[in-house]
Design a protein around this ligand. Sequence first.
Ligand code: BGC
Length: 800
Amino acid sequence: MSTADALTAALASAQWISPYEPVPHPAGQRPAHELAGRFHWDGAAPETGADAGAEAVVYATAHGVYELFVNGVRVGDEELSPGFSSYRSRLQVQRWEITALLQPGENSVTVLLSDGWFRGRHGFVRRADGFGTDTAFLAAVLLEPSTGAARPLLATGAHWESRPSHITRADLMDGQRIDLRLEGPDAPGRPQGAVLSTDPLCDDRTRLVPAEAPAVRRIQELSPTQISTPGEGITVVDFGQNINGWVRLHELGPAGTRTVLRHGEALDDAGLLLVENIRAFDFATRAVLPAGQVDEVISAGRAGDMFEPRHTTHGFRYVQIEGAAGPIGMGDILAIVVHSELARTGTFTASDPLLNTLHDVVDWSFRGNACAVPTDCPQRERSGFTGDWQVFADTAALLYDVAAFSESWSTDLAADQWADGRVPTVVPNPAGNRPSGSAFEDMAAGSAGWGDAAVLVPWSMWRAYGDRVALARALPSMRVWVEYAARSAAAGRHPDRAAERPLERPHERYLWDTGFHFGEWLEPDTPPAPDPTVDHGIVATAFLHRSAHTLALAEAAVGRPADAEHYSRLAENVRAAWCAEYLAADNTLSEESQGHYVRALAFGLVPEERRQAVADRLAALIRENGTRLGTGFLATGLLLPTLADAGHLDLAYELLFARDIPSWLGMIDHGATTMWEWWDGVTPSGVRGSLNHYSKGAVASFLYTHVAGIRLAENPEPGAEAYGTVVIAPQPGGGLSSAAASVHTRRGTIGAEWRIEGGTFRLTATIPAGVTAEVRLPDGSRVSGVGGGTHSYTVAAAGR
Ligand code: BGC
């Protein structure tokens, strides 16, 4: 039996049940409900001696977020179960081991069920009821002997009870309210019968899958770094770090004390919480939505009680507390860092501590945005924006083992892809694989650079982890995306181009200059202004080339040479068209922006013999801009590697170490503990945009690939993907005297460590057995065929 079949069998007698909820509260105000079932277990009775050695397990899942308790004890240490997936096509089922919690005789199973992602608010416009209007729960308790059939003990059904819980409001964005007076057996409100769910989605059990994405857990606790009282009855706690998670608060005061906790990323001049920057903006209606992230606890006056919300999460560094009974001391409150549990794979250090801080800040940004799915930001939208993961996936795969995390998300992307190949801008998408009805969201589906996540993300994972099955599984989705983009290119011409040049030139059938695209997005001094009338052909055509080329490589990797040939021809036609349209004879681009030049080089759009001239123009543009970067979302992560690879290493280091805005270290100088969404997120005139968006943190891969110098080989031989061949190519500069990185790969840990002392550059490379390295030294010498072991190299240091 496959694991999926085993799940279906285990849950065969379970029925989906919903809380008794005659009049649902408005979105954001809905309580968590308690559902309870009971069963008798004859434990040690002789006739059940057969149970000896059996495991008692619960299979459970929900439409909403659930916490499971057996005999009053919380089961497991996972948070926000069942996680976030494209619920219309894939719903993860957890298997909980509960043997130690059972007692002979009566046993109870209770569940706290809240809206979660299924019915709660999240996304661009914080829409509720995305996947349905009812929460629901499905579970079965079984005794699983080591051999033979499982014995059912309990399954969800109409005999379960339902009542509102002490969590009187729970929403992932808005926050959670707990009335501790209502907790426990004395809770008011008579239990009612649970309701058998009528949502047709419940009938589809083919959606049930074992938990595939790594579980979300409480990963770390942070003590306050500062507590202040900027106003009467107002306490502001600074945790010194922007995180995703929640707080744990002790000392809740006498019964009835109502403490309100507001979460945010910044303070105003008076030291009060500032949330303007995390209020979502609805592009369609121009409405600015409330910030949310407000928790509330009402004390029962019991000694030892504490507050810890587990049906919401927040993006925050500061908590503003109002209504507390007494002063809040350092020992009364902790921040709990919550995210998907991922194994750490990458380490980096350099002689300049600023780079170590940058690495940490990017790491924290990823940790803040790896909650069940890769998100854009943890406070304002909490959505799986395709473009954000597209630009960051390579970097994430250096920092952590994100294979299962990303594959789970890519599976959802494929499921949510429209029949015509378009990819919605956020995945998992509440509307599933069809338009949502929101004009803006539906227009934005299919934007270049965002939709290309369909191709570029599985390819990133293949390069890092070499899972052929995962790559093959992603291929259909990769193909339909490229076909969509190619069809769109062939089908239309941008009205401006048509007006200027009535006669279509042959290459134009490969120009993708129609449809809505975000474009480079959020370049310095360019506020977000999505505009469907703008011609973003220079960006979209570049991505069409990139994805067609990548797809050709993927087809070749899974042994489909004819398809590889087909897509490589398409890629070449698109490349030629891009050059014909956008690259002038003097090697300048028709639109002189840094991002376009970066793509021209990084995506291999420019013919070899013209590359240097184009790279020099990029360098000149940066110099003309006062040696300031000018890239946005899509090109920022590619900027430094592109410069370094094109003979402008010094400039790459100048940008890396730049301190004014826009720059990465400039953010840190202005107090960033995570990467900002806008280059000028914090300026003397205020705070703008999210302060926790990892996209611009894609620069961290440069620290590994160029500063320390651990790189995946560009075109490895079959079988040598996933670091089977590795390039060790440190490129010292920027005044650094040493740097070291290691990456734990599927083949072992690869290390590169260098030091400059007395005019000598010394490199130590650690190569796992079975891996072949090419070592490229800063003096230009190369050593090929380096095998497993620790190898040292010494050359004269260049005068940097
Ligand atoms: C999100 C992004 C996203 C962009 C374009 C923003 O609101 O925060 O990270 O990629 O919209 O869709």
